[in-house]
Design a protein around this ligand. Structure first.
Ligand code: AMP
Ligand code: MG
Length: 330
């Protein structure tokens, strides 16, 4: 079967076609267009949704051309129903509903965060991992148990992606800023003391953000970037290590846009060596938001009989992943 996936939760409008044959999945195409706010500015939901509306037709047709398939041959259409920014989500949902209605195809509503998890497991072959989801919208440690993803720790305020992006914007970078901060931090190993806040198995980043922003005027930017990464990632590594020790999982999977960071991967790799756990990272181009996460999860849900009525296929901007019943695993 073939599934078309549509992603539009935040800055990215993306489509992908994934094929399932004899139980094996294959990504046939994955095309994205990313809304870029002006330097120093954050994502503006109305502007981002306008970008998505303007780009949707070209992204869809490029996706179908790259997959060498017609819409008529698609078996299911999956869209990202949340969590995310309402105006952005609605563009993907409208595209999905229109295509499903016009071409008389089944429609599948996918939770975007579950999409990150499922695509990460598909690409790395992880079977029963502890998952670290680190992105613009999430900082969570998760494990699947009794049909639901259970949270073993999360941020108490802003996510790690927001920490990096808000700091980057404050110093004039264009959002998203994680890759630029990583680049600069490679030019330093001068650690400046910043607030380290772990509460139980949760982390808090807002104090770290405020302190790092204050440091910029009196320190080298490379040193602040380096210290920000070291502190934020060490906090994550501590809570991941505790969760691994308690859950006794034999695999750690990292997903979400921040999973592209090499220093974070390096710290987590050391944690895994200590805990005798396999460390799994998806290819860097599938770390961030993409259509393939929605198409692949759409296939899994569709195979398990989970579909949406077109009239009831709404968006859910605050849809938490730990409320989703995972009925498609054996
Ligand atoms: P997502 O929401 O999954 O698309 O992830 C987007 C987040 O990933 C943004 O906050 C980016 O700044 C962050 N990000 C992307 N590349 C990197 C990187 N190399 N290092 C750290 N963060 C990154
Ligand atoms: Mg995401």
């Amino acid at each position: 079967m073939y599934c078309l996936g549509i992603e539009s939760t935040a800055h990215t409008f993306a489509c992908s076609v994934v094929e399932l044959t004899n139980g094996r999945g294959k990504i046939l195409s994955d095309i994205r267009s990313i809304y870029k706010p002006p330097e120093g500015a954050g994502i503006h939901p109305r502007e981002a949704s306008r970008h998505h509306a303007e780009q949707s037709s070209a992204v869809l047709s490029d996706t179908l051309i790259a997959a060498k398939i017609n819409l008529g041959d698609i078996d299911a259409i999956a869209y990202s129903a949340g969590p995310g920014l309402g105006p952005c989500l609605r563009i993907g949902a409208v595209v999905g509903r229109c295509l499903a209605a016009y071409h008389k195809k089944p429609l599948v509503s996918v939770n975007h965060a579950i999409g990150h998890l499922e695509l990460g497991m598909f690409l790395t072959g992880a079977k029963d991992p502890l998952v670290l989801l680190v992105s613009g919208g999430h900082s969570m440690i998760l494990a699947l148990s009794n049909g639901k993803w259970r949270v073993f720790g999360e941020t108490l305020d802003i996510t790690i992606g927001q920490l990096l992006d808000q700091f980057g914007r404050a110093v004039g970078f264009a959002s998203p800023c994680g890759a630029r901060i990583e680049e600069l931090s490679m030019q330093s190993n001068n650690y400046l003391h910043l607030p380290y806040t772990v509460k139980g198995n949760d982390v808090s980043y807002s104090g770290l953000l405020t302190a790092a922003k204050r440091f910029v005027s009196s320190n080298k930017l490379q040193d602040v970037c380096f210290s920000l990464q070291e502190t934020a990632f060490a906090m994550v590594a501590e809570v991941v290590e505790r969760a691994l020790a308690l859950c006794n999982k034999k695999e750690l999977l990292i997903v979400g846009g921040v999973a592209a960071n090499k220093r974070l991967a390096n710290m987590l790799n050391n944690v895994c060596k200590r805990q005798k756990t396999k460390f799994l990272v998806p290819p860097i181009n599938y770390a961030g938001d993409c259509g393939a996460q929605i198409a692949w999860t759409g296939i899994l849900q569709f195979r398990a009989g989970i579909k949406s009525n077109i009239e009831e296929a709404f968006v859910r901007p605050s849809w938490r992943l730990d409320t989703v019943d995972i009925t498609w695993k054996n």
